[in-house]
Write a protein that binds this ligand. Sequence first.
Ligand code: NAD
Length: 250
Amino acid sequence: MRDIASIDQEALDAAAALLSSAHHAVAFSGAGISVESGIPAFRGVSGIWSRYDPACLDIETFHAHPENAWPVIKEIFYDFFGRAEPNPAHSALAQMEQDGLLSCVITQNIDNLHQRAGSRTVIEFHGTSRRLVCTHCGRLQDFSRKIFDVMPPRCLCGGVLKPDFVFFGEPIPWQAHSRSVRETEEADLWLVIGTTGEVQPASWLPYQAKQHGAVVIEVNVEPSAFTDRVTDIFLCGKAGSVLPALLGRL
Ligand code: NAD
């Protein structure tokens, strides 16, 4: 893993120059940006699915047996994710937005860490763990640990609650999808951070942005599906080192 000393300084300078002159820069983050907050990615040897069965996030399995799925969901997304704090990568993006250098963050993550770091315009492509939706009446409610008084958690109407993020077999929330597509049309710079580019349809966004003329800067510890296809500048290293270094040059 690279630290600040081994990040390609020329590439950093080039990325900073492009970001400084961009009119509409958009950040697009994946699980990798939260790894330094202690939340592993889903896949890989130390990924979440090496310890838990992904079936807990299959929508049909959830509807059939919410009483089996909920204890696993609670442990991963509320007990474990709930202990994570934003890291310097989240903070650097929030600062770029405050400085008027970034229009928004589109995130595939459901951990709320961009907002907690201070980012204001965050499009949650896969929804969020901090809200719940009733599978019977559709009512939305904010997360509070009180919901765990009853297992599986229930709405006032008696229906089973589900985290308001996308399970396997569910569509992308239409509002997040249409806002994201609009961003691909408006962006002249697309900053991709910590994503393999293997989860569709989220992975189409950098391609669409590129098609509409955006320059693509990528931050990752290793090449992704995007690197040879759409990336103009690849900043190899941990997001928690690269993004503060980039911010420092703006
Ligand atoms: P992924 O698991 O497919 O890939 C993670 C990527 O991050 C890899 O390319 C890896 O090389 C890179 N990476 C790892 N550590 C990094 C670091 N310190 N700095 C920069 N890059 C780093 O993740 P994905 O492409 O986002 O897709 C998986 C899906 O899982 C997404 O839909 C996401 O919603 C979900 N997910 C979310 C969370 C979360 O909310 N924090 C965690 C796990 C998975």
